[in-house]
Design a protein around this ligand. Structure first.
Ligand code: C2E
Ligand code: MG
Ligand code: MG
Ligand code: MG
Length: 279
């Protein structure tokens, strides 16, 4: 086939495209092995209220690659999504997140764990049943779980996505609309989706203190969220000024960002919450 003949011999690919396809092919194969071989790792990043109280954390997956080191999700989630491997990756993340939550929930009262979902992972037939089995097997209280979705999740089969969200919401799971304000963010989605939380995209959060246009957009997002009684998380908070900007407008806002802490491996993150005395 074209790949075997190497770059320059393909009728279908420009030079460079064959190499990109080859890299992708290797990545896919390695990722398949990574899931099976437990090379994925869950990181956590805190979400705190304006008083500084911990309210939850977001699960962010990384790939501890034997040669390439720590690979960020932006470099393999899109490949996983396109190849269908996202089902295996997503199942792995959900299981690890639920196992972690079940183990530590007793020490973290009122704490919520947020897990990101990909469109194809959510669209897969049987996702609801799979998640229910995962909750049952781990003993996680669904009321402590938030699922983060983007508009991509509802762009395919809208009715199917809404039906699934309703089924899961009936169990007590909450939904968060991630990266809100990017993409099309149709207001009709807010009306028709059973969501509980908006995450204001970091591009708005970071620009708002210095840009009147971004400030106006944040103000309108906050107004909509307030009217619809949605919880608001400001993502990507990196500075005191960004935190103050959000907190002054909406005292119930939750912050997430480097200002409070970088994502850390789950157990390290936990250890950081309860520093053990040094001897
Ligand atoms: P996201 O869900 O919007 O996650 C927020 C991203 O912003 C994370 O990047 C986080 O590390 C980063 N971040 C947090 N605070 C700050 C800050 O103060 N400044 C800046 N510049 N960035 C900050 P990360 O971990 O690289 O993840 C990127 C994306 O990959 C996520 O965006 C999410 O869409 C996806 N992703 C991560 N884990 C999973 C997963 O388990 N499943 C799926 N389907 N997608 C995931
Ligand atoms: Mg997210
Ligand atoms: Mg986000
Ligand atoms: Mg974002």
């Amino acid at each position: 086939d074209a790949r075997a003949r190497g770059p320059g011999h393909s009728r279908f690919y420009e030079p460079g495209m064959a190499e990109a396809a080859e890299r992708r092919f290797v990545l896919e194969r390695e990722l398949r092995q990574a899931v099976a071989g437990d090379e994925l790792v869950i990181y956590l990043q805190s979400q705190v209220n304006t008083q500084g109280t911990l309210c939850g954390a977001e699960v962010l997956v990384r790939w501890q690659h034997p040669q390439r080191g720590l690979v960020p999700p932006g470099e393999f989630i899109p490949v996983a999504e396109e190849s269908g491997l996202i089902v295996a990756v997503g199942d792995w993340v959900l299981l690890r997140a639920c196992q972690w939550l079940a183990r530590h929930a007793p020490d973290l009262p009122g704490f919520r764990l947020s897990v990101n979902l990909s469109p194809r992972q959510f669209a897969r037939p049987g996702f609801v049943e799979h998640l229910q089995a995962c909750l049952r097997d781990t003993g996680v209280n669904p009321a402590q779980l938030t699922l983060e979705v983007t508009e991509g999740v509802v762009i395919g089969d809208f009715e199917d996505a809404v039906a699934k969200m309703r089924q899961l919401a009936a169990l007590g799971i909450e939904f968060s609309l991630d990266d809100f304000g990017t993409g099309y963010s149709s207001l009709a989605y807010l009306k028709r989706l059973p969501i509980h939380e908006l995450k204001i995209d970091k591009s708005f959060v970071q620009c708002a203190p210095d840009s009147p246009d971004d400030a106006s957009l944040v103000d309108s997002i906050l107004l909509v969220a307030e009217r619809l009684r949605l919880r608001v998380v400001a993502e990507g908070v990196e500075t005191q000024a960004q935190a103050d900007f959000m907190g002054q407008r909406l005292p119930s806002v939750l912050y997430q960002g480097y200002w409070l802490g970088r994502p850390q491996p789950a157990d390290q993150w936990l250890a950081g919450l309860n520093p053990t005395p040094r001897h």
